[in-house]
Every structure is written in C-alpha cells, then in structure tokens.
Ligand binder design. Structure first.
Ligand SMILES: [Zn+2]
Length: 75
C-alpha cells in the first residue's frame, strides 16, 4: 500500500515538474522585446514601467494591454 502511494506521489511530482518546465519555456521572455534593459509591451510597444517589471519580472504587456488580454481570454 505504501509503495503504491509512493509511486503515485513520484508520478505526480514528475508530472508537476514537467508542467512547470513547460510553463517556463512557454512564458520565457523573448530577447527581442528587451532592448538595453527596457522591455516593450508585446501589444502596443510602449516601455513597460520598471516598477511593473519589478513586481512581475516576466510580464510582456503594459497594464492596460494585459487587462484587455485577460478580458479577451475570458470570452
Ligand atoms: Zn501595451
């Protein structure tokens, strides 16, 4: 019984690790968006403020475009 639980936990951990790795690959910031340390919004191209990047280092959109993006995703 314990072996079954251990195997199930190991499988779940392996699956979680794969999902995390894929998420990191999918959400990596493409280097062309970073110019001299300035990150441009993926949608509108304005510079993403440094305080936003400090809070969300992997963000790719300004707050207005992110809001619009999330609204569209829900529809
Ligand atoms: Zn934007």
């Amino acid at each position: 019984m314990t072996d079954d639980i251990d195997r199930a936990n190991a499988t779940a951990q392996f699956t979680n690790d794969l999902a995390i790795r894929q998420h990191l690959i999918d959400h990596a910031l493409p280097p062309q968006w970073v110019i001299d340390g300035i990150v441009e919004c993926l949608d509108c191209g304005i510079d993403i403020p440094s305080d936003r990047l400090g809070a969300l280092p992997n963000c790719v959109r300004c707050i207005d475009c992110q809001f619009t993006h999330e609204i569209r995703k829900k529809q």
